[in-house]
Ligand binder design. Structure first.
Ligand code: PLP
Length: 441
């Protein structure tokens, strides 16, 4: 039975990332409020175990972020960022540079996708203006995801999202045979990377000095199936880029700002990519602010008299919005004051245990893997059910039981707010176990 609101919704609202027909028998969930990890709905509470598309890193309605946003709104919400400045955005730049040593400059855009494109455009223009116009090719990793604009779809490797638009996309070759980490023991063993590197280097060398940049999701490839790889691979890619004068572009939109227990996943590899992109947890998920950090080396290639045409002309209307900047400054403050990143590192093994318990309860998980505040596993799919939408069926069961749990295909994962309490996880494990059992027995 559809409520009045659901009927009105379905009349006009075309939901993102949805086959709208699915809503005929499982209509959109009516949200009436949210606090911390909990969403209030017309039918009761739901645990937001996926941080609302991975962005609510400090949960919903965090009081310190709310307070900062309200205070900013009392002076102004947004003013064009070309030709103006303000205390909030300057403070944010200073804090980001302090948090990410090795960088000097911050460029703002609206969304994560926009900002990955910013980095790629900037890299291409840098090479044009630095005497290397032959560097035009971008490479990326298989199973990557970098957003929904045509260039970022081309850079990503998630067929479903990009396939219909293939005719518009430039060719961004994918580096294959990534040595994925499928169990916790493999974090200790970098040998798998050493062995895989020989093959990867051959693939890179094929493009040699034509490579403008390599775009990666460091350590965790989210939308591609919550696939982890060892940080040593980042170090090897960085060294290759340095040797060839190419750029390593780290898309830290998912991995950064504490999700893996550091400001940047690349810290795990001990390298500073030529550009790093942040969004999502940057504002604690309050507002669509995104930014790219880079160095003076790159900045200087754009710095000249206006008539030379060397300026970087990218602009998004709401880039660096003051509300987003206020939310970001407040979020960075909470990360620091509450030692959130350290807490993430301490909880990693607990999250792993959560999935081990789901497996003990159901017998249906394999490849259980965790890093920072992400734990994932693949369903052991019984014979004959290979073509079923098991993940989607489990999602529906979980919602009925009180959790927003959205498997990626047949990969189950928790990606909770970084400050989630253990009592919430206990309930999450019960709901996930019951939902898997309801579908797979
Ligand atoms: C690694 C990564 N890059 C880029 C994006 C795209 O960001 P946005 O949705 O803000 O455009 C996402 C979103 O999930 C992401 O996870």
């Amino acid at each position: 039975m559809l409520s009045d609101l659901q009927k009105r919704d379905l009349k006009h609202l075309w939901h993102p990332c949805s086959q709208m027909k699915d809503y005929e028998d499982f209509p959109p969930i009516e949200i009436t409020g949210a606090e911390g990890t909990i969403l209030q709905t017309e039918d009761g509470e739901l645990i937001d175990i996926i941080s609302s598309w991975w962005c609510k890193s400090l949960g919903h309605r965090h009081p310190k972020i709310q307070e900062a946003v309200k205070a900013q709104m009392d002076s102004f919400e947004h003013v064009i960022l070309a030709n103006t400045t303000n205390a909030t955005i300057v403070r944010l730049c200073e804090e980001l540079i302090a948090l990410c040593p090795g960088y000097d400059k911050v460029f703002f855009a609206d969304s994560g996708s926009d900002t990955v494109e910013v980095a790629m455009k900037m890299s291409l223009q840098y090479h044009l203006q630095s005497g290397s116009p032959e560097k035009k090719k971008f490479l990326a990793l298989e199973n990557g995801y970098h957003g929904e604009t045509v260039l970022t779809l081309a850079t990503g490797d998630c067929g479903l999202y990009g396939e219909p638009y293939r005719s518009l996309m430039p060719d961004v070759p994918k580096i294959t045979a990534i040595p994925y980490v499928n169990s916790q023991q493999e974090w200790e063993d970098s040998q798998k990377v050493e062995e895989a590197w020989k093959g990867i280097e051959v693939q890179l060398n094929k493009f040699g000095s034509s490579v403008a940049g390599i775009v990666i999701e460091p350590v965790i490839q989210g939308a591609g199936g919550m696939l982890f790889y060892h940080p040593l691979l980042i170090k090897k890619l960085y060294d290759w880029c340095e040797k060839k004068g190419s750029h390593l572009i780290a898309d830290e939109i998912l991995s950064g700002m504490g999700r893996l227990g550091q400001a940047r996943a690349c810290e795990l590899a001990g390298v500073n990519p030529h550009m790093s992109v942040f969004s999502k947890s940057l504002t604690g998920g309050f507002s669509p602010l995104a930014c790219m950090l880079t160095s003076n080396d790159i900045f200087e290639a754009f710095y000249d008299d206006y008539e030379t045409g060397k300026a970087f002309m990218h602009s998004n209307t709401y880039c660096g919005s003051a509300i987003g900047a206020a939310a970001a400054v407040a979020s960075l403050g909470v990360y620091r004051d509450e030692d959130v990143f350290a807490r993430v590192r301490e909880n990693e093994s607990y999250l792993l245990e959560c999935f081990e318990e789901i497996h003990r309860n159901t017998g249906h998980l394999q490849n259980i893997r965790a890093r920072g505040a992400i734990v994932a596993a693949d369903l052991l799919v019984p014979e004959g059910l290979e073509k079923s939408r098991l993940g989607y069926e489990i999602y529906r069961e979980a919602v009925k039981r009180g959790m927003l749990f959205r498997p990626l295909g047949n990969t189950l994962y928790f990606l909770p707010p970084l400050n989630t309490d253990k009592v919430v996880f206990e309930r999450a494990v019960e709901i996930a176990s019951a939902s898997v059992k309801a579908i797979l027995g």
